[in-house]
Design a binder for this molecule. Structure first.
Ligand code: HEC
Length: 161
């Protein structure tokens, strides 16, 4: 018996007190805990939307659809900034709520980190191409970014319902 040597009645009384306190604490914390996860999910999807916005804008310049060459660096810089924070957007406990993140994000952290790095690498190449103005490098590195977004989504994001 675990309680040998203790005053069993006292332990029992203590446990009930502790239990009551724990339940009270859980009642207070649980909703904010869930709400925090929801907020993080919304935040990360807003950042992802911004990422997609810069990609889409940049692609129009890269493909010569619009002539905003001088704004390409803005998009490239913003994309680099986002690529650098992607890994931080998936903290533990941000996995419940309306999320399409697969559990593999957390159960396969090395693979996920690799996907983050491949994306960073591609964005970094794109930034160099923007600086050099080399058209082939621009198109090539842009495609690499797009492939790395897709590849991460295929592995770590559920299909749209
Ligand atoms: C390392 C993995 C990874 C990379 C790289 C990545 N994403 Fe995502 N992205 C995700 C995951 C996981 C989700 C789902 C997040 C959720 O629902 O909580 C997501 C969600 C999104 C969404 C949906 C946002 C919404 O409102 O539901 C868009 C758009 C998006 N990503 C665009 C991009 C673009 C564009 C790139 C590349 C420029 C990119 N992502 C790179 C993992 C990644």
């Amino acid at each position: 018996m675990i309680f040998t040597g203790f005053n069993y009645k006292k332990v029992k009384r203590m446990n009930i007190k502790t239990l009551t306190a724990s339940i009270a604490l859980m009642t207070v914390l649980a909703p904010s805990y869930a709400a925090e996860s929801e907020e993080i999910i919304k935040y990360r999807n807003s950042v992802m939307e911004a990422y997609a916005g810069h990609m889409s804008a940049a692609s129009r310049i890269v493909r010569g659809k619009v002539d905003f060459q001088d704004q390409l660096k803005l998009h490239a810089d913003s994309m680099a900034g986002i690529a650098n924070i992607t890994g931080t957007l998936f903290p533990e406990d941000s996995d419940f709520g309306e999320t399409r993140a697969k559990e593999e994000v957390w159960s396969k952290p090395k693979e996920f980190e690799q996907a983050v790095q491949e994306n960073q690498q591609a964005v970094s190449e794109f930034n160099k191409a923007v600086a050099s103005g080399d058209k082939d490098a621009l198109a090539g590195s842009f495609k690499k970014i797009s492939d790395s977004c897709k590849s991460c989504h295929e592995k770590f994001r559920t299909e749209e319902e």
